[in-house]
Design a protein around this ligand. Structure first.
Ligand code: ZN
Length: 50
């Protein structure tokens, strides 16, 4: 799983449909930083999703 930071929030890459953000070549990382807010759309577990 890869992540990136945009607008001071941590998003998942690739960005799930429900998240409105658009990936714009931010650096990708494979660890979750603790000093940044997590996007609820990307980072929460949603029932029924793979
Ligand atoms: Zn997001």
């Amino acid at each position: 799983m890869l992540y990136f930071v945009q607008d001071k929030k941590l998003h998942r890459f690739p960005v799930p449909m429900r998240c409105g953000c658009k990936y714009e070549n931010e650096p990708l990382r494979d660890t979750i930083p603790h000093d940044v807010e997590q996007c609820i759309f990307c980072m929460n577990y949603w029932p029924g999703e793979d």
